[in-house]
Write a protein that binds this ligand. Structure first.
Ligand SMILES: Nc1nc2c(c(=O)[nH]1)N[C@H]1C(S)=C(S)[C@@H](COP(=O)(O)O)O[C@H]1N2
Ligand SMILES: [Mo]
Length: 353
């Protein structure tokens, strides 16, 4: 893992580690923390459900596990800051982690469905959003506060959203939010709140810093340090994206036939329908083969091969989703002050010898 920061811990795996399998090993799964990872005692942990509900709930880990059926969802998480380095290359983004390709990963998540827990509490008619609060306190937030987020009611009631206590067949690791985290597939990673302690039904979105001031798409001229809450647009569903995982950027490869592989991810309920690969900067494209997807909520891996002549070669890729959205070519058009959602064409440079 490349460690961007030790305190709080932030790290991402290499392209090669991500390329290994369609399910990312826990040890190779990126970690994105905004504060110190809390050590939560599972015996005394309680999940509170309150706000615009008919009945407040307070659930122990055992109650969550026995009163609610366990479900499994294979889902890809992706940080809104994934591939930020491509935006930093356009113009510097001070104070934000320079994530490369690895702030994403796919796991088998297991736990109660959020919609089942919300049904037990009974959502009021005017509960249009469901907010989450974690146990970790972030000094990054102004003022310092626990990490929180919200998702709209229709997403909160969707079957794919889990309160996960298990990741790839193992108890949820501490860095990934033990004992229980939200997994909101198809939404930016920031909505999948770790070390979950509280679920609040609200008429509006969460008023937590990470919903009202951070993880927002701002116009290029906005100053992220003097934002009024609510400026810009809160990120939610993920935009179509892809990356090349093989070969690695900067690799020396034999001239001739070269295997190229990667992943593509469509946000929310969309799917990947096509991936194009080019070695002449988009002058001509060939369609990659789309591999079987472990679930509708996971990335779609793809592969193809290209013929490379000796010398430097830049390989580019772009994915299309079922809403006919395609990745844009130019990261300069996407640059934003917090460096979110770089879904420009994937690029890796190799030298064929
Ligand atoms: N409580 C809490 N939840 C959190 C975060 C956090 O810092 N604290 N980071 C969020 C962000 S920005 C992302 S991208 C994902 C990362 O999940 P992971 O570290 O398990 O990969 O968790 C989200 N949930
Ligand atoms: Mo994130």
């Amino acid at each position: 893992m490349t460690v961007h920061r030790y305190d709080p811990f932030n790290a991402e795996p290499s392209r090669a580690a991500l390329a290994k399998a369609s399910i990312t090993a826990n040890e190779a799964f990126y970690v994105r923390n905004h504060g110190p990872a809390p050590q939560v005692d599972p015996a005394s942990w309680r999940l509170r459900v309150d706000g615009l509900v008919e009945r407040d709930l307070e659930l122990s880990l055992k109650e969550l596990g026995t009163h609610f059926a366990e479900h499994e969802v294979v889902a890809t998480l992706q940080c809104a800051g994934n591939r930020r380095r491509g935006l930093i290359d356009v113009r510097d983004i001070p104070g934000e982690e320079p994530w490369g390709p690895g702030a994403t990963g796919t796991a088998v998540w297991c736990g109660a469905r959020l919609c089942d827990v919300l049904a037990a509490a009974g959502l009021d008619d005017d509960a249009h959003h469901v907010a989450f609060l974690g146990a970790d306190v972030s000094e990054e937030a102004k003022p310092p506060q626990a990490f929180g987020a919200s998702i709209p009611r229709h997403k909160a009631m969707a079957a794919e959203v889990l309160l996960a206590s298990n990741m790839n067949g193992r108890p949820l690791p501490r860095v990934h939010g033990a004992p229980v985290r939200v997994v909101a597939p198809g939404y930016i990673g920031a909505r999948s709140v770790k070390w979950l302690e509280r679920i609040t039904a609200r008429s509006g979105p969460s008023d937590n810093y990470f919903q009202t001031q951070s993880y927002r798409l701002l116009p290029p001229e906005a100053d992220p340090d003097s934002l009024a809450p609510g400026e810009g647009v809160a990120l939610g569903a993920i935009a179509v994206n892809s990356d090349i995982l093989v070969p690695d950027d900067g690799a020396h490869v034999p001239a001739g036939r070269l295997a190229v592989a990667g992943y593509a991810l469509a946000g929310d309920d969309r799917s990947i329908v096509r991936v194009d690969v080019s070695i002449d900067d988009g002058g001509s494209w060939r369609q990659a083969e789309l591999l079987d997807q472990p679930s509708a909520w996971s990335w779609r891996r793809w592969e193809t091969d290209v013929e490379v002549r000796p010398g430097p070669v830049e390989i580019v890729a772009r994915a299309w989703d079922s809403a006919a959205a395609v990745q844009p070519e130019d990261p300069a058009q996407l640059w934003n002050p917090k460096g979110y959602v770089n879904n420009a064409w994937a690029r890796v440079g190799v030298k064929a010898v």
